[in-house]
Design a binder for this molecule. Structure first.
Ligand SMILES: NC(=O)c1ccc[n+]([C@@H]2O[C@H](COP(=O)([O-])OP(=O)(O)OC[C@H]3O[C@@H](n4cnc5c(N)ncnc54)[C@H](OP(=O)(O)O)[C@@H]3O)[C@@H](O)[C@H]2O)c1
Length: 318
């Protein structure tokens, strides 16, 4: 069984959809099981992990129905600008929360998939960041996510940390929804053209998370202990790269093509200085995905194709 923490969030709800479609037993929790409270996590685990209930503290290995084999952590403090003013809260949720989850995961004998961010990087590079690059975050959110990674890696060995960025999904506030509404209600929009990353459809990231679990469970078989994908840190995003301005242009083009945006709106570039935000953003946060492409033979969708799938979908509701 899988414990999906943050199951109601933008990414979590897509992972929940896939697990449900694949008939994988899962249980979800959100802020009612506060990840900053290790007792709340332990209590939730103990009351839902049936094998823990039967055997006390030691739990059997392998895929036993009712035993939590995997914990997926999609819960986080995600408001990048507000994190500057509430840096202590961001730290508590993203770092201490990750630590608590890692400890609980170890106690129940499960494996952890923890979602991290491209914002652990500062943007001093102009070639894609690999898994070996050293985090150098430039804002409070990035610092809290970087520390969250350290909390996981220092506490347990059976983890997959996935760094990703520029997510959009049906169930949450995101750039595609914001831009579509702005374009529908204005004759022009200004968008930052000096920050580069890769827009990523949550559905693709959710499929990748599922793929990790599937590959690992298949490799383990009944008695084996081997995991197909070695534990560690992995980058995931859609393919290609874009500035926010490129991203907005594509939203407009596809929105018009599918009659989601019916009026004309001009999309104009501006600099980060012209469009000031509370939190500084990395000017470059493209992730190198060579490792997962080689390890899993994964084919990445181009970000423009993924965006079109998203806008065409009947669930698209900006
Ligand atoms: N969005 C992006 O562009 C982006 C980019 C890179 C990485 N990420 C990472 O991807 C992951 C998922 O992000 P998202 O955008 O899907 O997040 P989201 O939509 O903001 O959802 C956050 C989830 O975390 C839960 N949560 C917040 N504080 C909690 C607490 N103290 N205890 C327990 N649960 C708590 C929320 O529960 P409630 O619903 O009950 O409040 C919600 O389910 C995060 O790790 C984020 O850092 C996101």
């Amino acid at each position: 069984m899988i414990w999906l923490i943050g199951s109601r969030g933008m990414l979590g709800s897509e992972i929940a959809n896939i697990l449900t479609q694949k008939n994988i037993p899962w249980i979800g929790s959100n802020s009612e099981v506060d990840i900053t409270d290790v007792n709340a996590l332990n209590n939730f685990a103990d009351s839902n992990d049936t094998s823990a209930r039967q055997t006390g503290k030691s739990v059997s290995k392998g895929t036993v129905p009712g035993k939590i084999n995997w914990v997926i952590n999609c819960a986080a403090y995600t408001n990048v600008d507000k994190a500057e003013e509430e840096s202590e809260t961001a730290m508590k949720v993203n770092a201490e929360g990750a630590l608590n989850i890692a400890r609980t995961t170890r106690r129940i004998g499960a494996k952890l998939i923890h979602i991290s961010s491209d914002f652990v990087f500062g943007g001093n590079k102009n070639t894609p960041y690999t898994e070996d690059d050293i985090p150098d975050p430039v804002n409070a959110y990035g610092k809290s996510k970087a520390l969250g990674e350290d909390c996981v890696t220092s506490e347990i060995t059976r983890y997959y940390i996935i760094r990703t960025g520029w997510l959009y999904g049906f169930n949450g506030k995101n750039f595609v929804y914001t831009m579509t509404s702005l374009m529908k209600n204005n004759s022009s929009v200004k968008v930052v053209n000096d920050q580069k990353g890769t827009p990523t459809n949550c559905i693709n990231l959710a499929s990748f998370v599922y793929r990790i679990i599937e590959t690992s469970e298949k490799a383990a078989g009944l008695f084996g202990k081997k995991s197909a994908l070695p534990y560690g840190i992995y980058n995931f995003s859609d393919g290609g790269e874009a500035t926010w301005y490129d991203f907005a242009n594509e939203i407009y083009r596809i929105g018009r093509k599918h009659s989601v945006i019916e009026n004309e709106c001009s999309v104009n570039p501006c600099t980060s200085q012209e469009f000031e935000t509370i939190a500084r953003r990395p000017s470059y946060s493209v992730l190198d995905k060579t490792l997962i492409q080689k390890s899993l033979g994964l084919k990445l969708s181009d970000w423009k194709d993924s965006l079109e799938q998203f806008i065409k979908d009947k669930r698209f509701n900006p």
